[in-house]
Design a protein around this ligand. Structure first.
Ligand code: SF4
Ligand code: SF4
Length: 353
């Protein structure tokens, strides 16, 4: 079998495993390596020091898999059938990607099946799977593999599907038949920049993660800067606003798949992630939190970070009915960081009276 036939078979196998997008790229120096290093120099990564630590490997995939020649890049749609967004300020909003089971496990399982298939053709080939965690500039690889193009919100956009999809990669030490990098662009649109409530998109294609609600609610371990709390509204884990406003996520007659519901049942929303009452979330004990978010991406925030986020949202709700719950929680809370956020929320809810 020649290389293009094998590549096509891998593509078909990936699609039959449920991936929505599949592409192939040669392993080269990432086109965005300099941009990434400059971004790091400006400190936009905040507390995500692992990004700087792994910068060399991210910019040189030979350090990750010596002899790497090809990357198989896949995309898996996670758009939910129902929107998690609610205008009710007493209820919380989770980012779409976090409504169901953890994508790392789902993607890893499917990619392992794909590697097994590749090894039927190339029994001795070396392969390395990456889902988000590894030192790979994955959006750069995905762009090169024809999966999508960079939007001004820094997300990778597929003209047919939109931007609600996970990326995963398999690095291989074999040659394959490569796709072309993706053409596409935002044109004069600036909707995401205008809609971002915290001003985190500081220029087209440049995200200051330190201001981004996704970073503040998931990655940040310490206190959320006070000036950034009010614009967070009721977003308690991640944020999709710059994707929600993007025209490429609005279905059109010529692109009905944009934001079409995922086919992966494990990404279905849990009851606790669909517009839950903030006061109920604040009352979750550590054990309850673990149970509700077992095998969920939400556990990354950890219980204390999650309580901090919920406290901020409650403060923004200005809900007087939350006052007794906040008081009760303050009585038992020992963590100074969480206490400070509860106190902040309590004052705002009381002021509203
Ligand atoms: S995720 Fe939210 S906070 Fe972050 S850039 Fe997008 S709109 Fe702004
Ligand atoms: S909202 Fe507009 S500017 Fe932002 S990523 Fe989408 S198309 Fe590009």
């Amino acid at each position: 079998m020649n290389v293009s036939t094998i590549t096509e078979e891998i593509r078909q196998r990936a699609l039959s495993l449920g991936f929505d997008l599949v592409g192939f790229a040669p392993v080269l120096t990432p086109a965005h390596a300099l941009f990434f290093r400059k971004w790091l120099e400006q400190g936009f990564q905040g507390e995500m020091s692992y990004l700087a630590r792994s910068a060399d490997a991210r910019c040189d995939l030979q350090q990750v898999l010596p002899g790497a020649k090809s990357a198989v890049v896949v995309g898996l749609n996670y758009a939910p059938a129902v929107s998690p967004v609610t205008d009710d300020p007493t209820r919380g909003v989770f980012a779409r990607y976090a409504l169901g089971d953890d994508y790392h496990e789902v993607m890893q399982q499917k990619l392992e099946q794909l590697v097994a298939f590749i090894r039927q053709q190339y029994p001795d080939c070396r392969a390395k799977i990456y889902v988000d965690a590894g030192p790979v500039l994955e959006r750069d690889l995905a762009w090169r593999a024809g999966i999508g193009w960079f939007g001004k919100n820094t997300m990778l956009i597929n003209t047919r599907l939109g931007s609600y999809f996970f990326l995963g990669e398999i690095l291989l030490d074999i040659e394959l038949d490569y796709d072309h990098p993706t053409f596409g662009g935002c044109g004069k649109c600036n909707r995401c920049i205008e809609a971002c409530p915290t001003g985190a998109i500081v220029a087209p294609y440049v995200l200051d993660a330190r201001r981004c609600i996704s970073y503040l609610t998931i990655e940040l371990r310490s206190a959320i800067p006070e000036e950034l709390r009010p614009p967070m509204g009721n977003r308690i884990f991640g944020c999709d606003i710059c994707q929600e406003v993007c025209p490429f996520n609005q279905p059109r007659p010529h692109a009905p798949l944009r934001s079409a519901p995922t086919r992966e049942p494990r990404f279905a929303p849990r009851e606790v992630t669909l517009a839950p009452r903030l006061v109920d979330l604040l009352r979750l004990g550590e054990q309850d939190f673990r149970e509700q978010f077992r095998r969920s991406p939400v556990k990354r925030a950890k219980w204390r970070g999650f309580r901090r986020n919920v406290a901020v949202a409650l403060g923004n709700s200005r809900d007087q009915n939350a006052v007794p719950v906040l008081q009760e929680q303050l009585e038992h809370e020992e963590d100074p960081m969480v206490r400070e956020h509860l106190q902040w929320a309590l004052e705002r809810c009381r002021q509203a009276g």
